[in-house]
Design a protein around this ligand. Sequence first.
Ligand code: SF4
Length: 324
Amino acid sequence: MTNSLTIVQSALLAWFEQHRRDLPWRHTRDPYAILVSEIMLQQTQVDRVLPYWQAWMERWPTVHALAETPVAEVIRAWKGLGYNRRAVNLQRAAQAVVDRGGEFPDTVDGLMDLPGIGPYTAGAVACFAFEQDVAFIDTNMRRVLHRIFIGVDVPRPTVADRAVLEIAADAIPRGQGWTWNQAIMEFGAIHCTAKKPLCMICPVQEQCSAFPEIQAALAANGKVTRTKGIPFEETNRYFRGRILDELRAHEGEGVMLADVGSAVKVGFASEDYPWLLELVTALERDGLLVIGDGAAAQVPVGAVAEEPAVYEAMPVEEIRVRLP
Ligand code: SF4
């Protein structure tokens, strides 16, 4: 393993050197600029984020500038990126940093104390701004590490995220966390993609545990497919049921979104709020639950873009949902 790990490390670092895209947030170590990029990149493609990130950094070049801006203006600038709550969370994090005297925390734990920052974003900022050798995984990194070190990831991953995270930590070449994590991310984004990995020209083909099976799938179908579908426990249908179960257990009083998330999903983190909001919004549309209570009952979750100011007084985790 050690021998093959060394080969994989060298091969992927060399691949990154040759193929890396010239992304502006890779030229800075400013934690604010990195945080903006990481939050924008959640659930949004790089090409789409690029003009937004550039415009954002011109308009609010510092954490102080963002913290002082009215939230409605911040949300208007986010228009078109989707999941507007990310803008609110970003500004709340900026305000928390200003409250600390303008100094960003430089540890994963410290970063996670900022509002709206979960383990992935905290790890990414600690690594990409403070150059720490910390492990974190997004969808692309999970896929690459699973395929190389564990095996084929379809029809579903064979190990839990915790195990992949341990592999991610063990795989970081000491002192090269920044380059390594960027390399794994980039490799997953443009080479070892979900459906059409470029196995035939892969620099780690010989070391890759998934290569034989993925190659067979590519030869048979031209792409890697999830032939058996995703397990029911990972479907939105399953989570809709879990949410309603949770509300039934608290009939009448309602449950804060933060508690709903923790109750229905293992390892629920702030990055999961857009997903959870989509689910509760769909359930409300179907007449199965009500979002908000009392004054908050007017909060139209599906109408964020149109009425951004309503979120000023409503941190996402404190929104209540209840049975009708
Ligand atoms: S051989 Fe294929 S599946 Fe394995 S790392 Fe390379 S591109 Fe990914």
